[in-house]
Every structure is written in C-alpha cells, then in structure tokens.
Ligand binder design. Structure first.
Ligand code: ZN
Ligand code: ZN
Length: 609
C-alpha cells in the first residue's frame, strides 16, 4: 500500500501529494491534516520508499522540524535498520538539539546493522555535545561492540557504565556478559556473571551461550543445571545453547534427555529449537532422530531445511540431501549460504562433480549469493576427492580472494590420499608462506614421504617441526556411557579402567588378525623401529581405546558412538570395520570431517574421508 492510494481522511481537507509546493500551496495557520494518519501508518510501512512518502506528508504538514515527529520516524528506522539507517541519520542531523532518547534510538539501529561500530562513534559525539547517557544507552553500545568484536571499545564503555553506577542495571548487566563472551573473553564474562547476587535468566543465557560458543560444553551444561536448580525459568534461548553443547560433546543420551525436557516445557513450538534439535541429533550421530524431528515440524524455515540437508550430507547420504534441496525449492523456500554448503558438501561426498559445479554456479547466478570461503572449500574438496588435483590447485590459485590455509590444507590431504608427493610439496610451500602451518600439515607430508620410502625427508620434516616448535595436536576420542563422557588420548594410561582396556585391546587384535586384519605400520614409523613396537603404538590409538571402552561398558548389540578431534587414521578405520562385524555392533565415529557408520564389516564413507 502506498500513501497516494490511501482513502482520504473525511475529517480533513484533501491535499494532493506532490513535490511542488507552489502548485498546491499549503494554507497557513491550519492544523496539520495528515500528521496523525501518516505517523500511524509507520507500523504498516515496509520499504524505504513508503517511509519517504510518509516523510513527504510530514513535510507538507510543516512538521519536518518537529522533534517528536522526527523522533518517531528515527525510532521506526532503528527497528528496521537494514536499509533505513542512512535516512535516519539524515533526519537526525536536522534536529538542532537532539536528546538522549534520540541518540539511543539511532545507536540501537546502528547496533543491528553490519556496521555496528557506528553506534560507538555516535556515542562519542553524544558525549562531546554534553548529553548524558542513561541505562538505555549502554545495551545498544555493548551489543554493537559484541557484534563488531570490539573488545577495547567494549571495555571503555564498561568502565563508563561502572563510573555511572549502571553496570549492574538489569538491562546493562546481561549485555556486558554477552559483550565479553562474544569478544572471546569468557573468563571476564564469568567474573561479571559471578558478581551478580541474583543473575537474571538473560544473564544466564548470555553466559551459557558464551561457553557453548567457546567450545566449553561441559561448563555450559553445568551452568544450565545451576539455572534449573534456581527459581528462574529457562527460555527457548537457553535451549539453543544447551543443545549446541550436547552436539559439541556428541552426547546423544543427554541430547535425548534434553529433547524430553523441551517437549515437557513446551519449547518444541519454536522453529529455532527444532532446528537446533535436528543439528544436535545429526552431530550426535543419530540421523533417524534428526529426520523424525524434521518430519514432525509444522513450520519449516530456511534454517530448518538447511539443517536437515547438512545432516544428510555429513552422514554420507548425498543423494537424499540433494533431493531434499529440490523439495525445498518446490516448497518455495529460498535457500541461503548454509543450504548451499550442505548441497556442495553432499556433492563432494557422493562424487557428483558436475552437479556440484552446477549448484556452485547457480548460487550466484540464480540466487545472488556470493560464495564464501567455505563454499570454495567444498569445491576444492569436490575436485580433490574426484582425483582432479591439478584442477583443484588451479581453482585455488584463481580465486578472487586470498586463499586461506584451510583451502590449501584440503588439497594437501587429498595429495596424501592420492600419493601425489610433488603437488603436496608445492601445496605445503603455499601453506608455509601464509605462516599458519600446524602439526597436522607436517604429519601429512611426513606420512606421504614415509609411504614413498623417503626416510631422509621424513627425518628432515621431524627436525623442521622441532626447530619451529610445532606441536602435534594429540588425538583424543570421547564416548558417552551412562550419561558420563569419557575421554581417551592415544597411549593413555590415566583412565581408571586403562589396564582392563589395554588387556581388552591385546585380545581384540588377536581376534582381528584371525579375520584378516593386518596392522598398517607403513606410515609414520621409521624403518629402524621393530614391527612389534610399531604395532603396539598403533594398538592404543585414542579411537581404539574409546571403542574398547564402549565394548566393555555397554550391553551387547547396542550402538557405540565415538567422537574424535582429528581425522580417523587408516588403521583404526580398518579395525573398526572388522570390530563391527565380529561383535555385531554398529559403531558410529564422528571425526574432524564427517561421520563413519561401521556396520557388518564396512563403512558408510565408502573408503574416502
Ligand atoms: Zn588410529
Ligand atoms: Zn569410514
């Protein structure tokens, strides 16, 4: 609806809308006719153009210098800031003496844009013009600092709030906790949280989210339990952080308990909560439960569809992911960047090279979505998996942005898998140039050299790692049994059951050898090591320890779910396949990149990971 098509107000004389004031001169000293109608239309206004039309009627009504009217307009802009903030600023500059309410409105608007830091510069202007901030000023500023990850500015604002005695205000305090959390200073966030005698649920939510985002799921869950024990009621926002913590831990039992809790307390009406449930089930290795939640959802938005597409993709069901994407388009839901990540990931894990290229092109051509670094990563992965290593290399070198080490690393892993040592060396040089190499890169290159019997190169790489102080990230696998998450490191002897576990693994390897298992000692180890030493070192890898723990501590026939922080090694992969057959157990292993479903002696990844 535009202003010019509105029915005339019967109580007031009609004045046609035009840009030419001389054609229809406005009678002087008359009560402005359109003021109430125009301002009340703001609630229906949907675009900048409509806003400008309303503003035009206000100018016609000679109210363009009236501060309350302009304040209403600016307030409207700040609620819909994506396209209107420049306009709001234009209006703001026309007000000779803006007050703190106006500043707050404008700052709130800026804090919601992609240039939130403008709220802080506005604040500096506000202070220099002698206007005093109030308790509504700080939340917007702190939100702006949180979004812009501007810790220094955030600290200065915190300082000022403390000087004015506003830092414990119910609106200011949670935003302070959130600011520190978003800027990555979880300790400071917690310190602030602990300073409150009775933190409100918003503060709890900010702190739980801080832990979840900083990959500290145990801390997040502990605080959630504390919240439950208090008189406060958790909200849907709490559920999102708690579910993402369960997903991080890969703790399915806990996740299922949370699902029951969500149903009992009526949080399952929220689309976002259901989407988080899909994500949690998928990351905890239960695709069936994820599908079940998705199918029961009455209303599905882009995020919900995307979560399900990503779930199919990471579980190796590329074709199902792609058909769901087609279904999504049929349903008239517009895909976004995340949807395309899932689709491209599905293509790369299903070997659909041509389809992958087509979807990648359609992103920009049909949907106007500019590919980000993760999409480029998917294409590099797609080409690398298909063995098109040179094409992948050229693709990286032709990108419009500077390639990140992760892109090169994807190609490096592929060089390792395909045994392309020459390209591998070229790639590792590019990674070193970016000065962001880590232990894993050296290990891949060293393994490649070892596989080619180039022991001198292996020695050289080890010396290089030592000289440069590069530390190899230790492999760590975790498994949840009876609601407790147990962690194992390679060669770990610290777990209370470790003697039993090592004995179990010794016995296990004997049984595996009977069905054809040959320990893969070709990689990493030096030829000077004896076969026995090599075998023992392989035997106590973290994923094998976790699987053995699962075999001992869970009833026969139940699924064993393990989460590993790095990529699963080839030897453990072969062993897990055979264990699934001998013990008649399904083993679901989530590694750094994907899920492996081991069943009846084979794996869902089709030997490529
Ligand atoms: Zn292993
Ligand atoms: Zn696998």
């Amino acid at each position: 609806m535009t202003i010019s098509t509105l029915p005339p107000n019967p109580m007031s004389p009609q004045i046609p809308i035009t840009n030419d004031p001389n054609r229809h001169p406005i009678p002087k000293q008359r009560k402005p006719p359109y003021y109430p109608a125009s301002i009340s239309l703001l609630s229906k206004c949907k675009s900048l153009k409509q806003l400008q039309q309303i503003h035009a009627t206000i100018i016609k009504s000679q109210l363009h210098k009236d501060t309350p009217t302009l304040t209403k307009l600016i307030h409207f802009c700040s609620l819909n800031p994506s396209t209107t903030m420049d306009y709001a600023r234009h209006l703001f500059d026309q007000i000779p003496q803006p007050d703190v309410v106006l500043f707050n409105s404008l700052a709130r608007g800026y804090s919601r844009t992609h240039t939130p830091i403008r709220a802080v510069s506005l604040f500096a202007n506000m202070l220099s013009s002698g206007i005093f901030p109030d308790d509504y000023t700080f939340p917007s500023l702190l939100k702006a600092c949180a979004t812009a990850k501007a810790l220094e500015e955030g600290k200065q604002i915190h300082c000022l709030a403390a000087k004015l005695g506003l830092h414990r205000n119910i609106y200011v305090h949670p935003t302070l906790v959130n600011m520190y959390a978003e800027c990555g200073d979880v300790q400071a966030a917690r310190q602030l949280f602990d300073q409150m005698d009775q933190p409100c649920v918003v503060s709890y939510n900010a702190m739980i989210m801080a832990y979840a985002r900083s990959s500290l799921p145990n801390e997040a869950l502990a605080l959630f339990r504390e919240l439950q024990a208090s008189d406060l009621k958790p909200t849907d926002v709490t559920m999102l952080s708690v579910l993402s913590s369960c997903a991080l831990l890969g703790a399915l039992e806990l996740g299922k308990w949370m699902h029951e809790y969500i149903k009992k307390h009526g949080f399952d009406v929220y689309v976002k909560v259901n989407t988080a449930l899909i994500d949690m089930y998928s990351k905890c290795g239960s695709l069936e439960d994820a599908v079940c939640v998705f199918e029961k959802m009455g209303c599905r938005d882009t995020q919900a569809w995307s979560a399900m597409i990503v779930a199919y993709a990471i579980h190796g069901h590329g074709n199902r992911a792609i058909s769901l994407f087609e279904e999504m388009k049929w349903a008239g839901i517009r895909p976004d960047e995340i949807t395309f990540l899932g689709v491209l990931y599905a293509c790369s894990h299903t070997g659909l090279v041509d389809e992958g290229r087509q979807y990648f092109n359609s992103m920009r051509n049909h949907y106007g979505i500019n590919p980000g670094i993760k999409h480029y990563g998917c294409i590099v992965d797609l080409l690398s998996r298909a063995g098109l290593l040179d094409e992948a290399c050229k693709f990286i070198e032709s990108l419009p942005i500077k390639p990140t080490p992760i892109l090169w690393r994807t190609l490096l892993s592929a060089c390792g898998v395909h045994g392309n040592l020459e390209l591998g060396k070229h790639v590792i040089d590019r990674i070193f140039e970016l000065e962001d190499s880590h232990g894993g890169d050296y290990v891949i290159l060293s393994n490649m050299c070892a596989a080619n019997g180039r022991w001198k190169d292996v020695d050289y790489i080890r010396r290089l790692m030592k000289d440069r102080g590069v530390v190899k990230v230790p492999g760590c696998s975790s498994i949840e049994v009876s609601n407790v998450v147990h962690e194992f490191f390679s060669g770990d002897g610290t777990h209370p059951q470790s003697v039993e576990l090592h004995r179990m693994l010794d016995e296990l390897v004997k049984q595996l050898k009977l069905v054809g298992y040959v320990p893969d000692t070709s990689l990493v180890f030096h030829p000077d090591m004896t076969e026995e030493v090599k075998e023992v070192s392989l035997r106590y890898h973290s994923e094998k320890l976790a699987i053995a723990f699962g075999l001992i501590n869970s009833p026969p026939g139940t699924t064993i779910r393990v989460v590993k922080n790095l990529r699963v090694c080839g030897d453990c992969h072969s062993a897990a396949k055979l264990i699934s057959m001998i013990f008649n157990r399904q083993i679901i292993l989530r590694d750094l990149h994907r899920f492996h479903h081991f069943k009846d002696g084979s794996c869902s990844c089709g030997e490529f990971w």
